[in-house]
Design a protein around this ligand. Structure first.
Ligand code: ACO
Length: 438
């Protein structure tokens, strides 16, 4: 699919009221989705900028990677529906798809898997970074620091304009993130770091590094492995969300990709984004019992309260998030495998969802469960501490971030990201000497 968005002859004409200033702007169509107005010449023609806080109405780039139809609840990676990929594909196959544009054939798949798994080890000097953190440091803080520090090991030799070096760098990031994440966890619980085992494959190796100890044999549970594989696939990319846009903005200045991904991790950490899976589970624990749901929802609707129903709502989805639907099903599988017959958290989540979906406050605002609503319940059932939830998100999303970064660097129309503003501060004024200030 090599289509490139181009003007299709349609235009929009904008007139500044009360003047004779008019601009005719081209409309550009993608392969699917709404058309966009090309406003690049607007300032030249009319002397005005556009104003769009939070970029809710702005396409910041052209992309061929991921498509979302928020009204219909559709998510496609390179055209493939997320439901089919989650059911039939593997995470590394999806990584190949996101990075290179197509599912690999058998030879490409083998080469790709070998290529990624060759890069799982960390430089021994990186090991020492962990000792610099407090034992109780949040693992996301460690992720930001250690991933950023990879720059110190590869920056000097990295030419981002060389496709081969971009490929190696993508492989390094995808391969090393699980090792860094598992070690951040091991550090927090005082257990020895477990070195990667490439023969296990991507997801099993991650579970192994997280759960094994040198004193005992460890066998990866295939049901949990499949659930984690699916979880990784669902979190692999999501077009121009806050963290991917952060990676693109950092990358647009030519910064090295290790630093760009560290910036993405920082952006993901916030509770309005990737931090919501941790926040959603904390919220369920705080609510505690179904009886407390009405009071909780009352607090959510109170504008002065600042309480939000975590794991609900999305900037783009105004219908059920398709990832949440898949995770809801996955939840039951994992709980059954772990022998958890009745999970009060799951019961509470289901009840909360039911009440919220029939409440006019949520209905009128088109607020539905997002990927984070059921995500935490699965990870908790697998025995992961809440502080690791967003870290797992970062591991999976690294594939999307690096695909977005690669697309940015390879886009001939790319230039440094530099939004404008509407200035509402003081107009020009003269410096006032200290003794003359009131
Ligand atoms: N609980 C209660 N009210 C909500 C929620 C929520 N979770 N989400 C949105 N609203 C309300 C807002 O108060 C606002 O109401 P108003 O029109 O009366 O002022 C309206 O719905 C629109 O909300 P915005 O904040 O303008 O929507 P926006 O698109 O900016 O925010 C966001 C999207 C950040 C995801 C928001 O829905 C939210 O904070 N959700 C909870 C956090 C969360 O689950 N984040 C994960 C998102 S998925 C991801 O990043 C992987």
């Amino acid at each position: 699919m090599n289509a490139t968005a181009k003007p299709d002859g349609k235009t929009i004409t904008v007139t500044v009221e009360g003047t004779n200033k008019t601009a005719t702007l081209p409309i550009i169509s993608g392969t699917v989705g709404p058309d966009v107005v090309d406003i690049r010449k607007l300032y030249d023609q009319l002397g005005v900028f556009t104003y769009d806080p939070g970029f809710g109405a702005t396409a910041s780039c052209e992309s061929k990677i991921t498509y979302i139809d928020g009204d219909a609840g559709v998510l496609l990676y390179r055209g493939y529906p997320i439901e089919q990929l989650a059911e039939q594909s593997s995470f590394l196959e999806v990584a190949h798809l996101l990075l290179w544009g197509d599912l690999p054939n058998a030879t490409q798949k083998k080469d790709f898997e070998l290529g990624i798994m060759r890069h799982t080890m960390l430089h021994e000097q990186i090991r020492r970074f962990f000792d610099g953190f407090r034992r109780d440091a949040h693992p996301m803080a460690i992720m930001c620091g250690v991933v950023g520090a990879l720059s110190a090991f590869y920056h000097d030799s990295l030419n981002i304009n060389d496709p081969e070096q971009r490929r190696i760098c993508a492989f390094r990031l995808i391969a090393k993130l699980p090792t860094i994440a598992a070690w951040a966890y091991k550090y927090s619980i005082g257990q020895p770091f477990i070195y990667p085992r490439n023969d296990l494959g991507y997801v099993d190796n991650f579970l192994y590094m997280m759960n094994a100890v040198p004193a005992e044999d460890y066998k990866v549970n295939p049901v949990l492995s499949r659930a984690m594989e699916r979880w990784f696939i669902l979190h692999a990319d999501h077009e121009q969300n806050a963290s991917s846009s952060t990676v693109r903005l950092a990358g647009s200045s030519g910064a090295n990709p290790f630093a760009c991904i560290a910036a993405g991790i920082a952006s993901l950490w916030g509770p309005a984004h990737g931090g919501a899976n941790e926040a959603a589970l904390k919220m369920l624990a705080d609510i505690g019992h179904v009886d407390n749901v009405p009071q909780f929802l009352h607090d959510v609707k109170d504008k002065n309260n600042h309480t939000r129903l975590m794991g609900f709502g999305h900037r783009v989805y105004k219908n059920y998030d398709p990832r949440a639907k898949i995770l809801q099903g996955s939840c039951h599988e994992v709980l059954a495998e772990m022998g958890i017959k009745d999970d009060p958290m799951l019961d509470l989540a289901v009840e909360l969802e039911k009440i919220a979906l029939s409440d006019p406050y949520f209905v009128s605002r088109k607020l539905y469960p997002n990927v984070d609503f059921y995500s935490g319940i699965i990870l908790k059932a697998m025995g992961l501490p809440t502080s690791m939830f967003t870290v797992l998100f970062a591991v999976a999303r690294t594939v999307g971030w690096i695909s977005q970064w690669k697309e940015l660097i390879e886009d001939p129309s790319q230039r440094i990201g530099r939004p404008r503003q509407i200035y509402t501060g003081a107009p020009a004024r003269d410096y006032v000497p200290l003794d003359a200030r009131g």
